[in-house]
Design a protein around this ligand. Structure first.
Ligand code: GNR
Ligand code: NI
Length: 171
């Protein structure tokens, strides 16, 4: 297994619309293992393939306290959603920033599991929020897109400045 590099806002690759997975094979399962290693190490509760520069419709999530309830969603489709919940969201691709975002409280999602079998999941609360956040990544969308342009620009400038300072250290 290997830990993957997570792309950070405003990297333009995060704006790529991912295309459907066509084969759930051993190579994909190795990559899924790498995504879990990357997500747990970060640590995060979800990770979309887009964030690790694979532009395929694939996400992993584990919102459990003991990190023992892994979910793999391949080609996920939200087929029902209802209710409203507001969460202080963060993102591994927008490190250090947390802002309130409104999303559906419940989603029913249809997807292929890691064996390629079609499955449905009823998700509520933080798992529902996480799945919506990850599917947004697969569509090239970030949680900062729900904020005002002023807030998004402030976050972008601060992250760009941090990046410049980090790069200066290693010269
Ligand atoms: O680790 C994460 N925490 C989180 C908290 C609130 C709402 C969404 C998330 S997802 C995030 C990991 C991540 O960036 N996934 O794309
Ligand atoms: Ni994210």
């Amino acid at each position: 297994m290997s830990k993957l590099k997570i792309l950070e806002f405003p990297d333009p690759r995060l704006r790529t619309k991912a295309t459907p997975v066509v084969a759930v094979d051993d190579a994909l399962r190795v990559f899924i293992g790498d995504m879990f290693e990357t997500m747990y190490a970060a640590p995060g509760i979800g990770l979309a393939a887009t964030q690790v520069d694979l532009h395929k419709r694939l996400l992993v999530a584990d919102v459990s306290v003991d990190k023992d309830q892994p979910h793999v969603l391949i080609n996920p489709e939200i087929i029902e959603k209802d209710g409203v919940t507001v969460t202080d969201e963060g993102c591994l691709s927008v490190p250090g920033y947390y802002e309130e975002v409104e999303r559906a409280e419940h989603v029913k999602v249809r997807f292929l599991d890691r064996d390629g079998n079609e499955t449905e999941l009823d998700a509520h609360g933080i798992l529902a929020v996480c799945i919506q956040h990850e599917i947004d990544h697969l569509d090239g969308k970030l949680f900062v897109d729900y904020l005002s342009e002023a807030k998004r620009t402030r976050i972008r400038k601060k992250l760009e400045k941090e990046r410049r300072q980090q790069n200066a250290v290693v010269i």
